[in-house]
Design a protein around this ligand. Sequence first.
Ligand code: PRX
Length: 666
Amino acid sequence: MSDPVQSSGGGEALSALLHETRRFPPPPEIAAQANAQPGIYEDAAKDPVAWWATQAERITWDTPFERVLEWDLPFAKWFVGGKLNASVNCVDRHVAAGRGDKVAYHWVGEPDGETRTITYGQLHAMVCQAANALVELGVKTGNRVAIYMPMIPETVVAMLACARLGAAHSVIFGGFSAEALAGRILDADARMVITADGGYRRGAKAALKVNVDDALRQCPDVRSVLVVRRTGQEVTWEEGRDHWWHDIVDRQPTSHEPEFFDAEQPLYIMYTSGTTAKPKGILHTTGGYLVHCATTHHYIFDIKPETDVFWTAADVGWVTGHSYIVYGPLANGTTSVMYEGTPDAGGRDRWWRIVEEYRVSILYTAPTTIRTLMKWGEEYPAAHDLSSLRLLGSVGEPINPEAWMWYRKNVGRERCPIVDTWWQTETGGILITPLPGITATKPGAAMTPFPGISADVIDNDGIPVGKGQGGYLVITAPWPGMLRGIWGDPERYKETYWSRFPGQYFAGDGAKKDDDGDLWLLGRVDDVMNISGHRISTTEIEHALVGDSRVAEAAVVGASDATTGQAIVAFVTIKGDIVQTPEEGEILVEELRATVARTIGPIAKPRQILLTPELPKTRSGKIMRRLLRDVAENRELGDVTTLLDPTVVNMIDEKMKARAGTDDDT
Ligand code: PRX
C-alpha cells in the first residue's frame, strides 16, 4: 500500500494546502433558504441512528420498520422489519399525490434536436408496462437482470421495473466489452439481459446487441434478451431468446399492482474494480439505500422539487447515475435532465445550450470533464445564459483547485456554491461534502462528513492523525447506503473493507486533515486507478495483457494526467525474440492496446505501452511499481536500493525518455 500523502491524484491538492487556502462562505440568499440549516450537524451527532430514522420518513413504507439498525460488524441491516417498494417510492407516490404532470426527465439525445419529455405519469405507465413484460418473460422476485444500455429513458424504466418486481438489476456500463459483460452476467447469475441495438457515441452508432450476442455464448443460462430499438442498426436475432421492447413492452397494461419487499431486499449489484483481476459485485439493498440517496440529494443539492431542474452529467451505468440520476432525484420528485451524449456532441457549447434551454439550476459532474471544458476555453460557457444555475457539484476524483476556481468563475459566475462530494460505489451515496448554505468551501476540499456519518483519517497503526496531517480515510460507523456485501463472497467483503483497520471501513483512499480539521481527499492508496473518474484496476489490465500469449510479464501504473486525472501506462516484457524491429514493436503495442479494449473495454486502453526486456524487481521478486510510476511521470527515480538489479529501472527510464515525443498519447 502506498503512502497516502504521496499517492497520485493528490499532489496538486496538497500543494494548495501549503498555501493559504481561500474560503468561500455560502451566499446569503442560498443560506437563508437552504434545506440544511445550522444545527443539522449537532442534531445528527447527538444520535446518528435516530437521525437516520427521522430521515427515513422521506420515503413511503408499506410496513413501518421495527428497528433502525442491526449491526453485526461488518454486516448491517437498516430499517429492519420495514417493507417498501423502491419503484413506488420513485414514481407511484408522486402520481398519487397529484404530480403526475410534473416532468421527471427532460431527455436530450446526442443527435442535435432529439429530445423527449417524460412526466411522472408517463414514467409510471412505462415502468408498469416494463414490469408486466418482465413478468411475462419469466422474471421473478429475487432474480438478477443485467442491463446493458445507452443513456436513454428506457434504461431508467428497466431499472425501476426490476425494482418493482424485487429483482436485482445489474447495470453494466455500455463501454464495457463483451468479455467484461459475460463475466458480470455469470457472476451475478443473471438470466435475462435488457439491451439496445446500439447507442450514439460521438456522432457514430456504437453497437451493444452484438456484444450481448458475443457475451451470451459464454452464458448458457440467459433465457431472454429484451432489445430496445435505439439506432435502427442491423442486429442478429436468436428466435425464442430475443424480444424487441416495442413488441413486448408496448402492448402491456399501463398499471401493475406492486408488491412490497423487505428493506434488505437486494436492489442492485454494481460491479467495480478492486485490487484483483476480478471485479467485485457491490450489493445494495432497498430501504437504507433509498433513504441515503433521498436524504443526501435533498440536503447536499438543496433540492426544491417545485422549482429546481437537476442535472447529473454522468452515465446511468455508474453508481453516480444510479444514485443521482435515478433513485435520489426520483425519490424526491425532482425534474432532471438526462443527456445521452458527450459534452462536445454538436459543438463545444452543447452543455451550456442544455443548461440555457432547460433552465438547469443544479449541475453535478466530474473534475475530468471540468478540466476538458477548461481546455476548450471560457468562451463557450460565456456565450450562454447560465443565470438559472444556483449550485454546482463535483464527484469522482480529487478536484484540483485550478479546475474548482474555473468552474466557480465560468460556470457558477462567482455566485454558485460548489459541493465537492466524496463517495464510492460501495458507499451508495455521498459521505463527505460541504453543505450549501452552511459550509464555507475551500477549492479542492470535500470538507466534512455528511450529518449522521462518522469518518476519520488514521495512520498506519489506526491512530487518528492530528490537524495538518495525512493518512488513510476510514468510516467509523455504519451508514444506511453502505454496501451489504460483495455478491457471493462474504469473505472478500470482510477482507477488502474491514480487515486493514478492524472495526472500521477502509475506503482505499488517502486523505488529509487541514489545520482547521477539514478533509481533503488525496486519491487511491491501492492498485486502483482513477481514469476520468472511472475506477480501473491495474491488476485487471495486467491480467488482460498477460492473456496475450506473447506477453511474459506486465506491470501497469496510473500516471498523473492533466486532463484525465490519471492515465494508464503499461510496461510489458515479451517472450523470446518475437520483436526484432522497432516497427514490429509498434505493431505489437497497438495489438496489445486493442487486446485490453477487447477484454475490458475502450476505457481501459493504456495511453502508453512500453516494451522492455525486464521489469524492476526487488530481491524477493516483487515488481517495484512505485519506480515505474516515477518513470511514467518523468520524475526523479526514488529509492532503488532494494532492487535486485538497479540498472533495469535506469534502462527503462532512458527508453521512456527516448520515446517521449514520438508516442501518440491518445
Ligand atoms: O478515490 C475516490 C474517488 O473515486 C473512488 C470511488 O470510485 P467509484 O466507486 O467509481 O465512485 C465514483 C463516484 C462516486 C474513491 O475511492 N473519488 C470519488 N469522489 C471523490 C474522489 N476522490 C476525491 N474527491 C472526491 N470528491
